[in-house]
Design a protein. Sequence first.
Length: 92
Amino acid sequence: MSNLIPISELNELSYKEFINTINTLFEPALPLANALYSSRPFTSYTSLISLATNFIQSTELPLSQKLEIINAHPRLGENKKNLSSLSLKEQG
């Protein structure tokens, strides 16, 4: 993912732009995207990923939201026409 915008720019995006960008990185999962938006600013992509991981693993996050986040990611071996370009690169 060499085309990531600088983390400083990500921190300054409008809500809609931020959600679209995060959805590209993590697959569309509004509970995660909203939590990350509320947690700005980030010092690095590493810190963003760490926060996302901690959020998903949190015992305070309802199971229904955890499942929404997990189910947003395409299944391994998914039909290629159903994958985003980034997921297609991952699963190639």
